[in-house]
Design a protein around this ligand. Structure first.
Ligand SMILES: [Zn+2]
Length: 264
């Protein structure tokens, strides 16, 4: 079967809605709540959304309380559907397995070409692409970021988002939170070093109102299999102010238009 060329590549169409590339079932809501809770149309693509081929148990799923990662993946899909529905959104789920499962099943990561082909089949076109920046170094987040960078090189407007909650393990960077030096300053620099043209401290900062932050944490609590573990002892999601910001960087053709940053 030969697919027509148009289906193998994502098409940039300025009139098409933006597409959020979410590596896992919860990343779109974690990183892009402001975008998803706004009125404008937006599409969500869950990239690593396939269950394991056979019954198994990944370390992360075990930590979260699972006994079988196949069943757990379906639970996660259902939770995500519920959370997105609350925001009036639905997702397209791609048939790739996440890194922890690939490791157990000795499977190589998909190529960027294969990822793009699947995204193209799912949504056809995008006006703009949103993806994680890769802060925290999760292999799946980096793959999706690299796909976004590839699209940026082809002329797509792309926005990379700080990966929550990994990005705030050391608190918010000092240039955002303002409470003096923060471990996040170095963390963000280190993880973003390899992203061409991205200056960590020139990110676009969205300040969520208290009401928005409360709505965000309420939505995140719908991810019942994940919330407690992501929140952790440090309460990365539920402590006051934890969800006060969402930070992103423009890469691609319109990147230059964003200077000066909205907040420093
Ligand atoms: Zn993720």
């Amino acid at each position: 079967l030969r697919l027509p060329a148009i289906k193998r590549r994502l098409v940039h169409d300025a009139a098409a809605p933006p597409v959020v590339l979410s590596p896992h079932f919860d990343d779109a809501v974690l990183d892009c709540f402001a975008l998803l809770s706004a009125a404008a149309p937006v599409r969500v693509v869950n990239v690593f959304a396939a269950p394991p081929r056979q019954r198994c148990l990944t370390d992360w799923d075990h930590t979260c309380g699972a006994t079988d990662s196949v069943e757990w993946t379906e639970r996660r899909r259902a939770e995500d559907g519920e959370a997105l529905a609350l925001l009036g959104r639905a997702s397209a789920d791609l048939p790739f397995r996440q890194a922890s499962v690939r490791e157990l099943e000795n499977e190589r990561p998909p190529s960027l070409r294969a990822l793009e082909r699947a995204v193209a089949l799912a949504v056809g076109s995008a006006g703009e692409v949103h993806a994680p920046a890769g802060i925290g170094g999760h292999a799946d987040h980096e793959l999706v970021r690299d796909l976004a960078l590839r699209l940026a090189r082809r002329g797509f407007p792309v926005r990379l988002h700080a990966d929550l909650p990994y990005a705030v393990r050391g608190g918010w960077p000092s240039w955002i939170g303002g409470d003096g030096p923060s471990a996040a300053d170095d963390d963000w620099r280190r993880f973003l070093r390899d992203v061409p043209g991205l200056e960590p401290e020139r990110g676009h900062v969205i300040v969520l109102s208290e009401e928005q932050a409360e709505a965000k944490v309420r939505t995140l609590r719908l991810y019942r299999t994940q919330f407690e573990q992501l929140d952790g002892e440090e309460r990365l999601l539920s402590r006051p102010g934890a969800l006060a910001y969402e930070v992103s960087w423009r890469v691609g053709p319109e990147a230059a238009e964003e200077a000066p940053p909205s907040r420093r």
